[in-house]
Write a protein that binds this ligand. Sequence first.
Ligand code: SAH
Length: 265
Amino acid sequence: MSINHQARKRFGQNFLVDQQIIGQIVSAINPKVDDNLVEIGPGRAAITEHLIKLCPAMSVLELDRDLVEFLGEKFVDYEEFTIHSGDALKTDFSQLYDNRELRLVGNLPYNISTPLLFHLLNVRHLIKDMHFMLQREVVDRIGAAPGTKAYGRLSVMIQYHCRVSPLIPVPPESFRPAPRVQSAVVRLKPHKTMPWVCDNEALLSNVVSQCFQQRRKTLRNCLRPLTDDLDSAAEIIDLSRRAEQLSVAEFVELTNSINKSRQPL
Ligand code: SAH
């Protein structure tokens, strides 16, 4: 089956073939035998076959049923190995938590990477770390600092929840078929102690989206649809600034102030 299986575009299949890169990814993950290690989209097991030697009780989550069958046959001798057949976007990852924090890894289909990251942030308190292969441009955006072109909603929301470490740049030739874009592996480690105190995370998400919707607009203009009382916010943050100049900490302060002014006294 493995030989005949054609890479499927609709499943975002670009299989890793570069053994040097695979080795670097496995060392970066550094799996331990007792880890609650879950690989999303294992495909033909390019990374899995190395991970499983270090962590035989790992599990995988794969959407393509042909590959699920292939994986079952390939790892039939690993009795503690678990295969979940399904869509990562619809998976309740809290079900995979078993008093051991999740360690998630994956060379993800690039079309689902952003929604999947947001899906996973909902359970960030159950996650020890994540190592994902993403489009390099997405990794740049996730790790971007204020004042840079790449800085936006994705940077603020991911950095609010996680420490971001871009690790390994990966060229298109490392995959079959080769994707049209550059890739990179990033490590995301959810903060154990939050570096900031946000009183209303849903509002933070709203404020950040609203402020980046039109990057060239001032914060004051962006925020008007959210609230008509910006007086106390203006005391904390100069609202003639633009979203791309605000640090994550400042977005949190801004949100807390709007949150307070919206509450009945
Ligand atoms: N990790 C492998 C495969 C990468 S290709 C490697 O590096 O070679 C991406 C993999 O994700 C494919 O196996 C594809 O079938 C799987 N996949 C695609 N969409 C998925 C989803 N929504 N949930 C889980 N797996 C998915």
